[in-house]
Ligand binder design. Structure first.
Ligand code: NAD
Length: 443
């Protein structure tokens, strides 16, 4: 099938590459000329396991093309997929200007019937706005004869395993009331729907809402667990034992109940805020979601507070090794990463940071530029040299079993503040290192 994807971000690029891999002809349109130019040179702008090879192979095979030419993009695809960003506006609600700009482009350039697919995470009712925008643009052209439909098809990929998630989706949600549109969507996703039925077809509004409900549920699990962890510290309980104890109940499960420094990334924070705003719009008080967000914001400061207490508020002139910058492992994404809140608080207190992350160093440089109080180190060991303590903000695999003796030797003060509960407090104690983590007492 011929498919056009608007927006070559995380979602657009991964989906396009995966759909090209199974044989669809995909044209990707983006307004970012540099990004398009670099992709045409084989330079993939994000780190995601398996993505670079997939993009290069399909580009070389001519199944995926990158362009800024929106008119050519609209002409190409019988399906027009909108995967542009929906960042938070000033009040936290989702800003739809990019989505509606694409809708206008489609209305302006189309000269044959189209199925427009909303892939971006958008508030309930957005597909109706997209429909209205296309209809209005067609009317202005005197081309109301051109047929089109707008379906919702939210994306559930996880950064860090995005390619695998798109290759083997848990579910494919399609929101449409049209049998014809459903048939086209079934054909598009048939290669991913062979093992068992994964497509769940529903009305458009429910599909749009499903995406928010899923992200808000996951964010709620995280904030709940962080609340339990903070309380466990006060009560003298060990949250890691509690986690195993409750996870064994199949109604709760082990997924997404790790205590830590709060959720970050480009989705959970903005989607929780956006749903709160959507609720306000219909005069509904989303009490639980407001608490989820409040807990998360507070959680991002928990490790800094522990460090500050340990050093009795005297952080000026101290140097801290920081392992982990990305908001989670296997990505270089630092949007709303807890590490940023931590670093900024340390700088504010007059401390220096020696940081290492397996993938996010360039991203960190791009965000913060060159500054005297930030040293980006080539290895996790280099980050330790001469530091007053080790702080851990991301649970990368390569951090799980370091040489604790080497850690102890490199640090001025043998102390670890672990925001991801990577280690067994008893093991650390045996190595003569002080250890502070989340929801557990120091050993
Ligand atoms: P992103 O910010 O990485 O990329 C968006 C891209 O859209 C950018 O390259 C931008 O230049 C481009 N763009 C903006 N206006 C355009 C236009 N008029 N025409 C063509 N391109 C245009 O965004 P993302 O992380 O891929 O997210 C896209 C959407 O998918 C969002 O709604 C997001 O909430 C949702 N989503 C994201 C993830 C994720 O893990 N990142 C997962 C599921 C859903």
């Amino acid at each position: 099938m011929n498919l056009t994807v608007f927006g070559i971000g995380y979602v657009g690029l991964v989906q396009a590459a995966v759909l090209a891999e199974v044989g669809h002809q995909v044209v990707c349109v983006d307004v970012d000329e540099k990004k398009v130019e670099r992709l045409n040179q084989g330079l993939v702008p994000i780190f995601e396991p398996g993505l670079e090879a997939l993009v290069k192979e399909n580009h070389a095979a001519g199944r995926i093309k990158f362009t800024t030419d929106a008119a050519a993009g609209v002409k190409h695809g019988e399906i027009q997929m909108i995967a542009v960003g929906t960042p938070p506006g000033e009040d936290g609600s989702a800003d739809l200007k990019y989505v509606l700009a694409v809708a206008e482009t489609i209305g302006r350039e189309m000269d044959s019937p189209k199925i427009v697919v909303g892939k971006s995470t958008v508030p309930v009712g957005t597909c109706e706005k997209v429909k209205a925008k296309i209809a209005e643009t067609l009317k202005a052209r005197g081309r109301e004869d051109l047929a089109f439909d707008v379906a919702s098809n939210p994306e559930f990929l996880k950064e860090g395993s995005a390619v695998a998630d798109c290759m083997k989706p848990d579910r494919i949600i399609v929101g449409t009331n049209s049998e014809d549109t459903e048939a086209v969507m079934r054909e598009l996703y048939a290669p991913f729907n062979r093992n068992h039925e994964k497509m769940i077809v529903m009305d458009v509004r429910s599909a749009e809402f499903t995406k928010y409900a899923a992200n808000c549920m996951l964010a709620t699990k995280i904030s709940f667990m962080n609340e339990m962890a903070n309380l466990a510290e006060e009560l003298g309980a060990d949250i890691e034992e509690v986690r195993k104890g409750i996870g064994s109940d199949p109604r709760i499960g082990y997924h997404f109940i790790y205590p830590g420094l709060g959720y970050g990334g480009s989705c959970f924070p903005k989607d929780v805020r956006a749903l709160i705003k959507t609720a306000e719009g219909v005069k509904f008080d989303a009490k639980l979601l407001r608490a989820v967000e409040e807990r998360n914001n507070a959680q991002k400061s928990v490790l800094f507070d522990k460090v500050n207490r340990y050093f009795k508020g005297n952080l000026k002139g101290k140097t801290f090794a920081l392992w982990g910058l990305a908001f989670k492992p296997n990505t270089d994404d630092m949007r709303e990463a807890p590490a940023r809140v931590l670093m900024e608080a340390l700088w504010q207190a007059g401390a220096k940071v020696q940081a290492y992350d397996p993938e996010a160093m360039q991203e960190c440089q791009a965000i913060y530029g060159l500054r005297d109080d930030l040293l980006l180190c080539g290895t996790k060991e280099a980050a330790l040299r001469g530091a007053d303590a080790l702080l851990i903000a991301t649970e990368w695999k390569s951090f799980r079993a370091p040489s604790f003796d080497a850690v102890k030797d490199a640090l001025t003060t043998p102390v670890i503040f672990d925001g991801r509960n990577l280690y067994d407090p008893k093991v650390i104690a045996r190595h003569g290192i002080e250890y502070f983590s989340i929801g557990r007492m120091a050993a």
